[in-house]
Write a protein that binds this ligand. Structure first.
Ligand code: NAD
Length: 268
């Protein structure tokens, strides 16, 4: 085994940019081989930029430069056939999955009575169904290994109400319910399941949402409830370090929990 690796494999969705990318690099630093999954092209809803294939290629160079193996997987997490093929490719190429980071997600503003049915459905399809589909195809491998961790990227919106984001908040609260239920199902197999709940993070999503509002990210942060600590947002690397810890043996008895990275926001 390469000295730089720990022999484990992390499968990360929404890995092309933002929190997924930062987490892939942080886990590669820890010696995990990386399977980086992303839709890789822009979509109609939401209108801000998704990650692309160039992002996945440059992420590959960064990970391989750290001495670990890397594969890029182009797939839409809401499509069962694409998810199944991506998980199969991960197993056939890298041999196992130790960490599933369900991170791919979308966000867009809209009052409940003004959302269209297709906007509501797409939010649920990506944020909720996509996480379940990934887990559905990964879990049999974790059970067979008798080890592994699933980390679902929820949000502070998975623990509170959010103005003009009810469909987003509903999808993120649902991730909390799935996390707790999967933790019950998988504890007998020595598999842990955790949700994480970041406040605003400095990513293309944050920038894209501000642009859709015709504002700067700073203006959006100032107008929102606000963090307790004097920062408008946290960085993708802060989320990445939480995932590194929760994936590690140091967190071996943490399961079913909600790990909050909110700079104090929920304490208000
Ligand atoms: N940015 C924030 O303020 C914030 C705060 C809390 C939680 N979150 C959550 O964190 C996660 C990551 O967010 P981010 O800020 O890095 O967002 P981002 O938009 O910057 O990155 C998301 C990535 O997911 C990919 N993606 C989107 N839909 C996909 C699909 N159907 N299939 C596969 N890949 C898809 C995109 O291409 C992109 O690379 C999301 O679930 C988001 O809801 C974000």
């Amino acid at each position: 085994m390469n000295q730089a690796t720990n022999g484990k494999v992390a499968l990360i969705t929404g890995a092309a940019h933002g929190q997924g990318r930062a987490t892939a690099i942080a886990l590669a630093h820890e010696g995990y081989h990386i399977a980086a999954l992303d839709i890789g092209h822009n979509v109609g809803y939401p209108t801000y930029s998704m990650g692309n294939n160039d992002d996945l290629m440059s992420l590959g160079k960064a990970c391989e430069g750290l001495g670990v193996k890397y594969i890029a997987l182009l797939a839409d997490v809401s499509k069962a056939d694409e998810v199944e093929a991506a998980v199969e490719k991960t197993i056939s190429t890298l041999g196992r999955v130790d960490v599933l980071f369900n991170n791919a997600g979308i966000c867009a503003y809209g009052l409940a009575h003004e959302l269209t049915e297709s906007e509501f459905d797409r939010m649920m399809d990506v944020n909720l169904k996509g996480s379940w589909l990934m887990a559905k195809y990964v879990i049999p491998h974790l059970i067979a290994q008798k080890s592994g961790v699933i980390i679902n990227n929820s949000s502070v919106g998975g623990l509170r109400g959010m103005n003009r984001l009810s469909h987003y908040a509903a999808s993120k609260w649902a991730l909390t319910g799935m996390t707790k239920s999967w933790a019950l199902e998988l504890a007998p197999h020595n598999v842990r399941v955790i949700s994480i709940h970041p406040t605003g993070v400095n990513t293309p999503m944050n920038d894209g949402l501000a642009e859709m509002e015709g504002k700067t990210p700073q203006e959006i942060a100032e107008a929102s409830a606000g963090n307790l600590l004097p920062v408008p947002w946290i960085e993708p690397e802060d989320v990445a370090q939480a995932v590194v810890y929760l994936s590690s043996e140091k967190a071996r008895y943490i399961t079913g929990s909600q790990f909050v990275l909110d700079a104090g926001l929920l304490t208000r």
